[in-house]
Ligand binder design. Sequence first.
Ligand SMILES: [Zn+2]
Length: 228
Amino acid sequence: MPEAGVAAKGLGRAVIFLGPPGAGKGTQARQIAESYGVPHLSTGDMFREHVSRGTPLGLRAKPIMERGELVPDDLVLSMVEDRISRPDCSDGFILDGFPRTLPQAEKLDEILRRRFQAEPLVVHFLVDQNQLMRRLTGRRTCTIGGEIYNIYDHRPKVPGRCDRDGGELVQRPDDREEVIAERLAAYERQTRPLVDYYRRRGMLKDVDGMAALGSVTKNVLEVLAQKK
Ligand SMILES: [Zn+2]
């Protein structure tokens, strides 16, 4: 298990963080990726990068995103494959919030099989519905560095300001109460089936996402250290 100040050693595999919105995947992915010195990948960041660089993928994705429509699977998967083909991913990475559907999971398996000998490991965050609502409605995101806080259980030292860079903390549009019920329903419908898909194949480890932030991190690190 990596400790603070110890040189990065990589994961040697793809690690997928799976769980409903608000389960703390993003916060944990950020910390764990830092401990292992591997990239933390989210499709949102990939899209933003392609759009700002004006790549062919970005040019295709931009109008779709501007219309607020769902980006088609082939486009998302091309972007993911492009990203994980880069040298910084050669010793593993953490995928946060992807895949979201069974077809995406199946195609991701093919891509990963070509790149890694080790099977991907899926870390599944268990959280109850009440805590999810609290986490989602309380979430505030830093406008500079993207750090995530919560006005109930992970407060910044100065209200409304990021501890790390002093950035303004805002509520993302999709963390508003009226959007949340819809996002949770979409998770149940589209993404929940992935839990069975991965569990059946022995790739999935459950982690109690309701514990304190630090002990969730510790549990994830233990899972990553034991399953080789
Ligand atoms: Zn910040």
